[in-house]
Write a protein that binds this ligand. Structure first.
Ligand SMILES: [Zn+2]
Length: 258
């Protein structure tokens, strides 16, 4: 898991990017811990506001935002683009958001819809962390859909696979959508789900598993002293440290009925 900590107004934001070794997050929509909002993702553009930890659990939506401390928001993906956003209002109160952005969501505008929602609530200086997704070299795309994508997003999203067929560049599509609607890209996790087996890939390996990107506002204020690089960014895998516990936890077994 990659963990990033960032300043967000008067708060600290924690962003977590899981890997295969952290477990399969696909089953979590029915069994996530109470404080985690896991959406039922439908490749749409609906954005929900989460007002308490665990709010909107299982709601059909592809984006969520919150200003509630300790409400963890999660999106799950295998090849689609997961995005975590953070920003603050004029008083310094932080807000965070997540987006599940597949090609359909990108074309239909799930990224601008989410940024508009944040802006509507006075959240400014929005920054984005873009999680692992399939790269253009491995993302063959029908030429009909590709022309719809270039019309909606611009010619630079058209690419070629490593085997020479038309491809969609999801990273470029996410970049364009974020930047053209006022978000600054803080970090792109430049890893391809098709070629990096730390992640699940539906397209490359037919996997049903999902990794997750999670974000939450931490309760404690930003420290007075500057944080060191290692405080801002930690990467740990269960295999190497043996101490790691997923913030999502493993799905708990259902209690036995008496
Ligand atoms: Zn790739």
């Amino acid at each position: 898991m990659l963990t990033l900590r960032r300043r967000c107004g008067n708060s600290v934001v924690r962003i977590m990017v899981t890997e295969r070794s952290d477990g399969d997050c696909a089953p979590l929509d029915g069994s996530a811990p109470q404080a985690v909002t896991v959406l039922r993702q439908v490749h749409g553009t609906r954005v929900v506001e989460v007002t308490r930890p665990g709010g909107h659990q299982g709601t059909c939506a592809d984006a969520a935002w919150t200003s509630a401390p300790q409400a963890t928001l999660a999106v799950r993906s295998a090849d689609c683009v997961p995005v975590a956003l953070y920003g603050a209002n004029a008083s310094g109160d932080g807000a965070v958001a997540v987006i599940h952005a597949g090609w359909r969501g990108l074309l239909d505008g799930v990224v601008p819809a989410t940024l508009a929602e944040l802006r509507h609530h006075g959240i400014r200086d929005v920054r984005a962390v873009v999680g692992p997704h399939i790269c253009a070299l491995h993302y063959e795309f029908g030429s009909c859909e590709l022309s719809a994508a270039t019309t909606a997003l611009g010619p630079s999203v058209a690419a070629r696979t490593s085997w020479g067929t038309p491809a969609l560049d999801l990273r470029e599509a996410a970049r364009l959508a974020l930047r053209s609607h006022g978000a600054v890209i803080d970090r792109e996790i430049g890893r391809c789900t098709a070629s990096d087996e730390r992640y699940f890939s539906h397209r490359a390996r037919g996997e049903r598993g999902r990794t997750a990107v999670l974000i939450r506002l931490e309760p404690k204020p930003w420290p007075e002293r500057p944080m060191s690089g290692s405080e801002q960014e930690q990467e740990a895998t269960g295999a190497t440290t043996g101490r790691f516990t997923s913030p999502l936890g493993r799905p708990e077994p259902k209690p036995k009925s008496r």
